[in-house]
Design a protein around this ligand. Sequence first.
Ligand SMILES: Cc1cc2nc3c(=O)[nH]c(=O)nc-3n(C[C@H](O)[C@H](O)[C@H](O)COP(=O)(O)O)c2cc1C
Length: 162
Amino acid sequence: MSKKLVLYFSVYGTAKKVAEEIARQTGADLTEIIPETPYDSNRDNYNALAAYAKKEHDEDMRPAIKNDINIADYDTIFIGYPMWWYTFPMIIYTLFDKYDFSGKTIIPFNTHMGSHDGGTYDTIRELEPNATVVMNGLPVEMKTAETGAAKQVEKWLKSLNI
Ligand SMILES: Cc1cc2nc3c(=O)[nH]c(=O)nc-3n(C[C@H](O)[C@H](O)[C@H](O)COP(=O)(O)O)c2cc1C
């Protein structure tokens, strides 16, 4: 049987909720991508986070990941993140720089406030040409994601035959 991992990055907790829901419905293991320098998760400080994230994006930064992530033991890896400035957070680039996903199946999902997947599933395919990237990922609008999006997740997993 294939071993599954749900790997996610989340600051406000909504991608985390969806990640937990996917893990619950699939029995997959769950791992958070933890940044070396924590981001401000207080939603009242959104403007400061937005400005900081924009700087990371514009300067093509690679924010460090604090934890060692075990991907070797898994053949199917769900990867989830929020949309930040019309793409994924720069720490996801760090993930793809640091880890080799060759031979793995990557199933992306993300949270957003209108940008859907923003073309990020295509970006993953470009960054990981030796992985199988499932293009039928799951973009979840933030409000739905707050509660885990159980129904959407269930329907989506069924469509993937998982
Ligand atoms: C810095 C920043 C930039 C964002 N940029 C976008 C964007 O370009 N498009 C979009 O649809 N949502 C954008 N959002 C909204 C997030 O995708 C949304 O709040 C998401 O649910 C957050 O995920 P999290 O709770 O896992 O951190 C942005 C949020 C932040 C904090």
